[in-house]
Design a protein around this ligand. Sequence first.
Ligand code: CTP
Ligand code: CA
Length: 218
Amino acid sequence: LLAHFQPKLLAGRRVLMTAGPTFEALDPVRGLTNLSSGKMGFALARACVQAGAHVTLVSGPVSLPTPQGVTRIDVQSASQMHDAVFGALPGQDVFIGVAAVADYRPSQAAADKIKKSADTLTLELLRNPDILAAVAAQPDAPLCVGFAAESRNLDGYAQGKLQAKKLQLVVGNLVQDSIGRDSNAVVLYDAAGRHPLPPASKDDVAQRIVSHLAGLLK
Ligand code: CTP
Ligand code: CA
């Protein structure tokens, strides 16, 4: 553990999280998804448990073991993730959206495998619910933390998400620094401004995020 990471920073707190990608079915064997290993979310779940929290993790399809002490709910689609989050929401102190949720889903999933025929195929997509924004908009919302993985203009987009979704904290990073890697360079954004963290392993970054959010809870 990092020196500044006191083991009981989140003692007795209840933390609900999402992690991994979502998978939006197109037919029984195909679908749309996002690139996400789930490593950052699972590292954060581990760090929350180490800090003394009760952690419920709603995970999209990933190939990672469940961290010790974490209650895990597996889902596939954004709609299923939304319903699992709202089912577990009562009594939570903190909600952390780490999942790379698909913004759109096919308007219908074919019951049978789609056969190829014409040279072009057009898919109709529908907007998915924004899980994090919906949680933050609840009257008795927990402290809400979002992630912003951007390919450019990190400060602008991350601060925009902090305000638009009414969050207390956004963890921003450039995708080229993070996807599929074990280390991460992130910037924290809150009401007080921007706080860059030194590049570190996802476990170290997770512990620093927990320290920062514990400070916001007080
Ligand atoms: N998020 C969510 N539900 C969605 C989309 C995003 O809960 N349907 C959450 C993510 O888990 C993340 C935050 O919102 O914590 C930001 O996600 P991101 O994809 O960066 O932002 P969007 O609001 O979807 O905007 P865009 O993709 O256009 O940048
Ligand atoms: Ca998105």
